[in-house]
Design a protein around this ligand. Structure first.
Ligand code: NDP
Ligand code: GDR
Length: 336
């Protein structure tokens, strides 16, 4: 039985990856930091199947102790301060957690067992002001936020440890991926929650920032499979993971609201608070290498993804508000 150590197990991707690895017979250990209130809602259904170790990835000694104690075959480093706007307010903290701390894990691998395979969660945000479209593994980087800059450190230090010490270290350059478990501050989830609440009469308006930005959005459940596939290759390499389709925030709004029979233009208020000091206008990934070398393909389309999220939030919001969801509301099918 292989052991996987997942940092960031309480996050969106951590929960899907834990499910995926458990289904493949792994022993799954999750590194999570101590928080004052419980944040295990995404893995509540897995708590009797995974082992949790308290550790903050900024704490080098703690990370080394965790790796020593758990003896993983594979490490998936998903922990990060992952919200781009916060990185403008907390650039140092973001640099420390999202960037510099990657080396704590790589050092643990180098010191304790260079045979451990290592996955780093890199990001399309590193492409930033894109130099070519679509973006692929060879596209030059130009990050546009402290988050993107921090991810670039994580990316290159992973490549560096592979080249310097022969460690099986891979960096997955993943484009935006979403799900009903996405944090509510990210735009897809913000929109799916708002559409559901407006449909249920629980709110009237939603403030949104840049409507013209465009993203290559996929389903998180598909993307964690690509992480695992990267670590199963004989040759460690970096891969772009994306759908190859880009949609604007306006298209996201149109898809989500029209699914519930709503006109988004009647409910969306443009709010300058949600604009960023510098924006990533357009992202579109070319996952040809992942398709050819990993045999990876996305299975969920943009429309299916948005509908999956809206359905889940409709059910969730109705339950929270004590509104019986029935046919008389003429809601779309509730089960994803
Ligand atoms: P989330 O924000 O949902 O999860 C981040 C995780 O990191 C949480 O479990 C969080 O714990 C943990 N974490 C944060 N700081 C620390 C710390 N100091 N020590 C230990 N754990 C910490 O992100 P996602 O699941 O969406 O993304 C996973 C990774 O992939 C991240 O690195 C992200 O930057 C990257 N990525 C994500 C993409 C996406 O579209 N989702 C695309 C490309 C890259 P807590 O619950 O305590 O906050
Ligand atoms: P992103 O995701 O910054 O791409 O980073 P987010 O969903 O926050 O923003 C996507 C785009 O939507 C625009 N936008 C808004 N965004 C938010 N959050 N709220 C709004 O009200 C709003 N209005 C418009 C943004 O300006 C942006 O252009 C995500 C994170 O998961 C990163 O960790 C990951 O690395 C990248 O995706 C790939």
């Amino acid at each position: 039985m292989k052991t996987a150590l997942i940092t960031g197990i309480t996050g969106q991707d951590g929960s899907y990856l834990a499910e995926f690895l458990l289904s493949r017979g792994y022993r799954v250990v999750g590194l999570r930091r101590r928080t004052s209130t419980d944040n295990c809602w995404r893995i509540a259904h897995l708590l009797d199947q995974v082992e949790l170790v308290d550790c903050d990835i900024t704490d080098q000694a703690g990370v080394i102790r965790t790796v020593e104690k758990t003896e993983p075959d594979e490490i998936y480093n998903l922990a990060a301060q992952s919200f781009v706007p916060t990185s403008f307010h907390e650039p140092f903290a973001t640099g420390t957690v999202t960037g510099l701390s990657v080396v704590n894990l790589l050092e643990a691998v180098r010191i304790l067992n260079p045979g451990i395979r290592f996955y780093q969660a890199s990001s399309s945000e590193m492409f930033g002001a894109v130099r070519e479209s679509p973006q692929r593994e060879t596209t030059p980087f130009h990050p546009r936020s402290p988050y993107g800059v921090a991810k670039l450190y994580g990316h290159w230090i992973t490549v560096n440890y592979r080249e310097s010490y022969g460690i099986h270290a891979c960096s997955g350059i993943l484009f935006n991926h979403e799900s009903p478990r996405r944090g509510p501050e990210f735009v897809t989830r913000k929109v799916s929650i708002a559409a559901a609440r407006i449909k249920l009469g629980l709110q009237a308006k939603v403030p949104i920032g840049n409507l013209k930005a465009s993203r290559d959005w996929g389903f998180a459940g598909d993307y964690v499979r690509a992480m695992w596939l990267m670590l199963q290759q004989e040759d460690p390499r970096d891969f772009v993971v994306a759908t190859g389709e880009s949609h604007t925030i306006e298209e996201l709004l149109e898809t989500a609201f029209s699914f519930l029979g709503l006109d988004w233009r009647s409910h969306v208020v443009q709010d300058p608070r949600f604009f960023r000091p510098s924006e990533v206008d357009f992202l579109l990934g070319d996952a040809t290498k992942a398709r050819e070398k990993l045999g990876w393909e996305p299975t969920v389309t943009f429309e299916e993804l948005v509908r999956m999220m809206v359905r889940a939030d409709l059910k969730d919001q109705a339950e929270k508000a004590g509104i019986p969801v029935n046919q008389s509301l003429t809601l779309p099918e509730l089960v994803p």
